[in-house]
Design a protein around this ligand. Structure first.
Ligand code: CA
Length: 221
């Protein structure tokens, strides 16, 4: 899952980025409204965390511009303390959720997970598909035979993306975009290596290769 964090408070960005990365998210950041709006428009984010009080362009305007141009990614808005009218304005502009500052990082984490599940029509707490159950807290997967298998950070990010898109052809480029941040060398073949390792853990048949197109995960529930 690839997230965009648009926030100008450098300390908050540092803490949030560390917590999000530890939970297996790839995070790009912008510290002003203009750069944030640009990144949100050109990169395929699974979710955006958007502060409303931003330099150069207010967060509300950024959000309105995204929605006007048809961008539908879930957006969680961060508002100042007791700024109830900001929350109302945020929802009107197309926010999916909000959190008032100061907040506990754990609450933000749970809201992000809920928003991502909702945006994929997953309404249970665990992600279950094709006989697998993904444990997001422990970053491990339960196989159909009941065995729990530990995953590395990259394997976890990759499997979560597969499990949220079962039966769909996912190109290597798309997988790379959602599993690594902007600085990653996207031309490399490491995605094939990670898919192979994942197959060794969850079963060869779980991920099909479509020559020239990419990979398809599971499919029959
Ligand atoms: Ca701010």
């Amino acid at each position: 899952m690839r997230l965009l964090l648009v926030e100008d408070d450098a300390l908050l960005v540092k803490n949030l980025k560390a917590a999000l990365c530890a939970d297996g998210y790839v995070v790009d950041t912008a510290d002003n409204g203009i750069e944030g709006e640009y990144l949100g428009a050109v990169e395929p984010y699974d979710l955006v965390i958007l502060d409303l009080g931003l330099p150069q362009r207010p967060g509300l305007e950024v959000l309105q511009n995204w929605r006007k141009s048809g961008l539908k990614m879930p957006v969680l808005v961060l508002t100042g303390r007791d700024q109830w009218h900001e929350k109302v304005d945020g929802f009107k502009a197309g926010a999916d959720d909000y959190l008032g500052k100061p907040f506990h990082i754990e609450e933000l984490m749970q809201r992000i997970k809920a928003l991502i599940r909702r945006s994929h029509d997953v309404h249970e707490v665990e992600i279950k598909t094709s006989g697998l159950v993904l444990d997001e807290e422990r970053q491990q997967v339960r196989l159909a035979d009941g065995r729990d298998v530990a995953l590395t950070g990259t394997e976890f990010r990759l499997l979560r993306y597969f499990m949220l898109h079962p039966g769909r052809i996912l190109s290597k480029t798309r997988l790379t975009e959602h599993v690594y941040d902007m600085d990653f060398d996207r031309d490399s073949n490491v995605m094939e290596v990670y898919v192979r390792r994942l197959r060794d853990k969850i079963g060869k048949g779980m991920i099909q290769t479509r020559r020239g197109q990419g990979y398809v995960f599971g499919g029959d529930d």
